[in-house]
Design a binder for this molecule. Sequence first.
Ligand code: NAD
Ligand code: UFG
Length: 348
Amino acid sequence: MNILVAGGAGYIGSHTIVELLNSGHNVICVDNLSNSSKVAIDRVEEITNKKVLFYKTDLSDKNSLNDIFENNRIDACIMFAGLKAVGESTKKPLLYYMNNLTSFMNLVEVMISHNCYNIIFSSSATVYGLLAKSPISEDSYVGDLGKITNPYGKTKLIIEQMLFDIAKVNDKLKIVILRYFNPVGAHKSGLLGEDPRGIPNNLMPYIAKVAVGKMEKLHIYGNDYNTKDGTGVRDYIHVVDLAMGHVAALKIFETNKKSEDSGNGNVFVYNLGTGVGYSVLDVVNTYEKVNNIKINYVIDGRRDGDVDTLYCNPKKAREELNFKPQLGLDDMCRDSYNFQKNNPNGYN
Ligand code: NAD
Ligand code: UFG
């Protein structure tokens, strides 16, 4: 297939492009590089020995997007583009609504006007809200914007709901919504990985910075949760497994299968996680063990908006997409450190 990957220079997008190319697909990448570097795409080409057609374009620019569709035959789109920092989104809500919603609406409108009807959307476990009980299945209650504490998460739920509405009135559309749990790790080559700007918000990239001495110590947000060691439990999935989940999801576009999720049978929703929860201390201890290093940490107070435990029921993706993650926590920690060590300043 010819696949347009929006936001493909980013962390998950770049890993996904590698697996798409390795599976024989052609890739057209559109990214404004607001949170990424073109170097990631050069490295994708180095790893795969294949070419990516790259457009440095902002998805707010509908004319340029139209030109890309005029000049290329596109069978499906994968929509990764968006801003994703939870904390920043509470400080700059308008920026998040504007960027994430406009990008999505422009892409879908231009797609449909060029008779391209297949789209995969990057959603998040955040749509389940704070009260969902783990293991979380796809039909756990979603739909209450008030249960989502930040504008970033709200953009995910709003876009999901838009997709259901659009699907109701367009029978040709096929939509796959993938709800990621906690993507971590890096490509085993050490060439691709997560390169957050400034101070990392998320656990694994923060540990990686401590590991190479760029940060003094990890702050663990609370050890009084109702979990086995008191620290928060999450469902970490290796980014290469997550990338493979997208390749698996493309099969939906080649079948006549109807979904049991709503939207006239043409919206398919899947959790992408392992179904296994690890605590913050599990991650720290594993990072130390597999990389033979010491991670300094202190226990701080809880972070606003965190829950004690969050992991998925991965059964639906397993049964319907034949998707089963292959890599474990050891691989996630080893590959994260390998990338950070080889690229202490990220892609710069
Ligand atoms: P990322 O920031 O590394 O990648 C997003 C890419 O989109 C970046 O390359 C950025 O430059 C690009 N982009 C942003 N706005 C754009 C615009 N207007 N026009 C063109 N390009 C634009 O993030 P990621 O971790 O790779 O996440 C990819 C997607 O998955 C995001 O939508 C994110 O919300 C979602 N997601 C990520 C996580 C996670 O923990 N990483 C979890 C759940 C969901
Ligand atoms: N944590 C720390 N110290 C840190 C960072 C995180 O102790 O410096 C802890 C958190 O308290 C939590 C765990 O590590 O218990 C994981 O935190 P992350 O920030 O790595 O991930 P979250 O589960 O909070 O967030 C992720 C994605 C969001 C998404 C959310 C919804 O990053 O995009 O899942 O499930 F919205």
